[in-house]
Design a binder for this molecule. Sequence first.
Ligand SMILES: Nc1ncnc2c1ncn2[C@@H]1O[C@H](COP(=O)(O)OP(=O)(O)OP(=O)(O)O)[C@@H](O)[C@H]1O
Ligand SMILES: [Mg+2]
Length: 229
Amino acid sequence: MPTIVFASPKGGAGKSTSAVVLASELALRGAEVTLIDADPNRPVSRWAARPGCPSTLTVLADVTESSIIDEIEAAAARVPFVIVDLEGTASMTVAYAISRADLVIVPTQGSQLDAAEAVKAIRLIRQQERAFGRRIPYAVLLTRTSSAIRPRILQHIREELARNEVPVLDSQMHEREAFRAIFSFGGVLQGLGSDQVSGVEGAIKNAQAVTAEVVSLLKGSAEAAKAVA
Ligand SMILES: Nc1ncnc2c1ncn2[C@@H]1O[C@H](COP(=O)(O)OP(=O)(O)OP(=O)(O)O)[C@@H](O)[C@H]1O
Ligand SMILES: [Mg+2]
């Protein structure tokens, strides 16, 4: 079943935040989700240790270079969604996870420097495609963008990525306090009280839009794979 890998060599690009938000949304829709924490800093495991993690979401920690492929394959045989959070560096663990992905999401903040780091992640995906002789779908997810304004630099980055035929998700992970708050309080966006953090409703809508787009991308690539089979 689909494996979604969050990868970017850029530290702080929004991988763990986006992975937890996507995994939680899918789990709240009733799907069994395994979230693999392959970052030695274990941000996802620390989040899951707090209260409020959905019962349909299982977090696997202590996944290393030598175990990641087995862990992904075993989880993919068990549950409908496997999501992998990786450390912000280039490593064998990252390369192995990408080699098993049905979709690689490359979170990228809206600056030229960040876009350059995203290109590194995309190069690695293309190398893995050649090494394993299969297509690995991927898309850039813009993170920490403003929900109110559309800066011209972001438009410029989008156009540049489009010119280089790099797919970019239409929905973005906006800069929202609620996305930070789940790591402090634990649990899901839907469990945050308005006394704890503002703008929860907007964050939930944002998370749902990103999730819907990811699910439709997965469906699209499964159909594309069948069509060329
Ligand atoms: N959409 C968002 N809104 C608000 N804050 C965000 C958002 N995405 C990420 N952050 C914040 O940015 C910081 C980095 O995010 P995160 O840890 O998700 O990045 P990462 O790519 O997983 O980093 P690393 O490479 O270190 O694992 C964190 O403090 C997080 O709370
Ligand atoms: Mg992280």
